[in-house]
Design a protein around this ligand. Structure first.
Ligand SMILES: [Zn+2]
Length: 273
């Protein structure tokens, strides 16, 4: 599933091609992939609009259109947005084609969990699920104090708390396991058990792991591709995620696996305390 670094990479690669372009036609091959607003159809709202900028909030892509409209795209498991400069025939899992004044954007999704919703921009800021998201981990406002405050008095294991998008936006299974390894903290620890120094280390680890993920254009285990159809390369830098039973790259100890918050969790019993 695309997490913050993957969605940020899609944002950057898509913005290079589509900024300032008008959407001339919408072709729907699986209409449930799109959602309109209060009885207005997605096609009616979006056709003829011009793309102004592309933003990101957590794992959501926000495509800003003129006339105060925003498309909220959530890739979920296997959603992809691809830009093609020339006309491209839709493939088996292409659900929506946005024909632009130059080129096309195809939204495809094998598992069909991804969605694109058209919503008036003011509501997008004040009235949608987006406002319930926790802070952006790479923004200046995100400090160790904020992280501690977001944990609050919860008794949750760290793994569960960091996966919760209301605590912090954008992290999923890959970057949570990698951040906890980098911080040297065991994922089963309760959030209320961290010392001040551990909160500081975790904050640093989250930021550096996410930034490294963006620098590598994301992690491509299965379906993730950027808007140019390119894979990321962060999987080469993974220390724990997907490596259970293999030796720790730091100490050589065999990495352990357990199920936590419903997700497979990999960690090193020697490097993480
Ligand atoms: Zn180790």
């Amino acid at each position: 599933m695309p997490e913050l670094p993957e969605v940020e990479t899609i944002r950057r690669t898509l913005a290079e091609h589509v900024t300032e372009l008008k959407i001339e036609e919408i072709r729907l091959f699986w209409p449930s992939a799109v959602i309109g607003w209060e009885g207005r159809s997605f096609e009616a709202m979006v056709t003829g609009r011009r793309i102004q900028t592309i933003d990101r909030r957590g794992k959501y892509l926000l495509i800003r259109l003129d006339e105060d409209l925003t498309l909220i795209a959530h890739m979920r498991m296997t959603g992809r947005l691809n830009y093609y400069v020339d006309h491209q025939e839709p493939e088996k899992h292409t659900h929506v084609v946005f024909r632009l004044e130059q080129g096309e954007v195809h939204f495809s999704d094998v598992r069909k969990f991804g969605r694109i919703q058209a919503i008036p921009t003011p509501l997008c800021i004040s009235g949608s699920t987006l406002c319930k998201l926790g802070p952006e981990p790479l923004e200046l406002e995100f400090t160790p104090e904020v992280l501690k405050e977001r944990f609050g008095k919860k008794k949750l294991p760290l793994k569960a708390a960091l996966l919760d998008q209301h605590v912090l936006a954008g992290l999923g299974n890959i970057y949570v396991d990698e951040s906890l390894f980098k911080a040297g903290i065991t994922p089963t620890r309760g959030v209320d058990s961290l010392s001040e120094e551990e909160v500081f280390n975790l904050h640093q680890a989250i930021q550096s792991v996410l930034q490294a993920g963006i620098d590598a254009q994301g992690t491509s285990f299965r379906d993730y591709r950027d808007a140019n159809g390119e894979k990321g390369s962060f999987e080469r830098e993974l220390q724990v995620y997907g490596r259970s039973g293999e030796p720790c790259k730091v100490c050589g100890q065999t990495l352990e696996r357990l199920r936590l918050a419903g997700r497979t969790t990999v960690y090193c019993t020697r490097c993480q305390k």
